[in-house]
Design a protein around this ligand. Sequence first.
Ligand code: UD1
Length: 418
Amino acid sequence: MEKLRINGKKKLSGQVSVQGSKNSTLPIVAGAILCEGKIILHNCPDLTDVTAAVNILESLGCKIRREKDTLIIDSTNITTSEISEKLMHEMRSSIVFLGALLARTGKANLSAPGGCEIGLRPIDLHLKALRELGVEIKEESGRLCCQVKDKIKGKEIALAFPSVGATENVMLAATLAQGRTTLINAAREPEIRNLADFLNSCGAKIYFAGESTIVIDGVRRLHDSEFRVISDRIVAATYMASAAVTGGEMDIINFPVSDIAPVLPFFYSSGCKITADENNLHIKAPKRLRSPGTVRTMPFPGFPTDFQAPAMAMAAVSDGTVIFIETIFESRYKHVSQLKRMGANISVEGSVAVVQGVARLSAANVYAEDLRGGIALVLAALAADGTSDVFNLKHIDRGYENIEENLSLLGADIKREV
Ligand code: UD1
């Protein structure tokens, strides 16, 4: 079984450039089908999830070429509105194709995403909002058969929770709708703004994305565009954590630093020194991290749930107690049992994890059970005494491009072995 073999306790230093954002690339790739023409997308990371999205586009009739980190997508001919169950299951966020297909073809036939490693992935908010826009949805043995009655009609819609995926689906569906859609309690994550910027670059009229109320004035069609996807804020924060857990010092470059504002207090309170300009950041970690207190995951601009596991790897070796309260997903502590194998002192009760930092972690064989939990194990192994093996790399490969090359260049002793 493939594994990352990590000999820990090497201080990381140097410079790393941040890859494109997976969570921006996926909805933007889906959004490319709204445009009856050619889309050139730069800064698309080469990850299994992005390949899965590309496979879906191809199955719909698009022609796609990758040149390094650029995807060239021709969606002139969409030949079907159906996505096979196999393709839907290859990528958890494939539900974002629902809004895109409805906008382009007025129909969609695809399977519901079901559960995943971090808990159930209900889509009730997506379906309720799309129904309000005039979509008829039948759920038949795990398949969603959707049809626009006449035309998608703009409306005022309020989400009960600012779901990222539901916000993206509404934006995609409403872009080619008749009239104005006002989405209240929309998600405010930077990826939402990036999707709106992309669609607007194709001629859409989306206003105030990134705020709680988004206004979308439907347009008849979208045109060709060339666009650069933003860099990945969670990956940037993960490299910061790799400096933090090894007492290192690092330049993390080419990403919008304002996107990581919600995690900066955590690093400052841990004793890290940070200087930054708009797109680059320098971090210097203390010899021993301090406890930053309590971490409560929240929708943006709160502390991101996607950084909860990497932050826990930091907490595991910090001096003091850190309390985590996970409010977004119900099963997001799967990394805890693995961190404990390395000597971490963590107890979990429901959505609360109490981490009592230890002076040293020790090497162990550990198993990634989800993407961010997996990278937390890599971070813990970088901090631990001795040689650890991290297994189940398929999870980590969904979100981190060239992880072992990048960490090696920063001075880690890490190898991928079969
Ligand atoms: C996206 C991100 C994911 C991140 C999450 C929260 C992508 C590809 N994935 O996931 O990395 O962790 O945002 O920042 O961008 N919910 C419902 N009903 C719904 C929709 C969501 O109950 O119809 C619940 C979910 O179960 C979850 C919470 O709302 O508990 C947040 O989900 P959501 O914001 O939709 O996350 P995703 O878009 O799936």
